[in-house]
Design a protein around this ligand. Structure first.
Ligand code: GTB
Length: 222
């Protein structure tokens, strides 16, 4: 059965792969599962039909058969459980990969989101100049700790896993800020993730929604 995911009809990031359909697409590409995409507008997201799938009126959602899921982390976890390739067979290594998925979303990402809120939504506030360096330092603390743990290894726990997929996607949110560049091993880690063929296919597919042009590999396909 082919799953259907939802994505922005018009992503505010203009196809830079920052919206949360990106990790879901990436996971599906990693495991070789074809998928359909239903594009939704901001207003359609808030309508009852979409809220039946996603109580918070957001993307992404994932439907396959009679299963409907929301929350990108839960969707990636589901994909990783249903297919080989994103979670190790060994039970302990599998638990550690899942641990890194949670670490990405609940420990590393929150200060990065705070930074986006301050930068994009609070730059006209009187306290902006005081708050920005505080939030930046919170990000630096997490990046420093993550950088120390990663060291000179390619991935967080030996082979690439769903934990790396979520962590790379979270760190990508820092693209364009100099914060990530302060940690060369983390910059290289993100570049390694982005160099994966599955990442590129996922990125191209969501970019094509913005440009209105099919990805090169699909040109001429019926
Ligand atoms: N915790 C949920 C998950 O992981 O699935 C969060 C889902 C979520 O935040 N969805 C956002 C959404 O639907 C899109 S991804 N927002 C519409 C709304 O709430 O009304 C977040 C996002 C949006 C845009 C950018 N960007 O432009 O860079 C980056 C990330």
């Amino acid at each position: 059965m082919i799953p259907t995911i939802t994505a922005f009809e018009q992503s505010p990031d203009r196809g830079q792969g920052m919206a949360r359909d990106m990790p879901v697409r990436w996971a599906l590409e990693e495991v070789g599962q074809p998928y359909d995409v239903r594009l939704v507008s901001f207003s359609a997201m808030k309508e009852a039909a979409h809220r039946a799938l996603h109580p918070f009126g957001q993307i992404p959602t994932y439907e396959v058969g009679d299963l409907a899921l929301f929350e990108s982390g839960a969707i990636v976890f589901h994909i990783a459980e249903c297919h080989a390739g994103l979670l190790p067979q060994d039970a302990k290594a599998r638990s550690r990969a899942i641990m890194w998925m949670f670490a990405a979303l609940s420990t590393v990402e929150p200060p990065i989101i705070q930074h986006e809120i301050v930068t994009y939504l609070e730059h006209d506030k009187t306290w902006y100049e005081q708050r920005l360096p505080i939030v930046e330092d919170r990000i630096r603390s997490r990046l420093n700790e993550l950088s120390n743990r990663l060291g000179d290894t390619d991935w967080l726990d030996n082979a690439f896993s769903a934990g790396d997929l979520m962590m790379v996607q979270v760190l990508r949110r820092l693209s364009g800020s100099s914060l990530l560049e302060e940690y060369p091993n983390l910059s290289a880690y993100v570049a390694r993730g982005e160099a994966r063929p599955a990442f590129k296919r996922a990125f191209d597919a969501q970019l094509a929604v913005f440009t209105g042009k099919p990805p090169d590999r699909l040109k001429g396909a019926s």
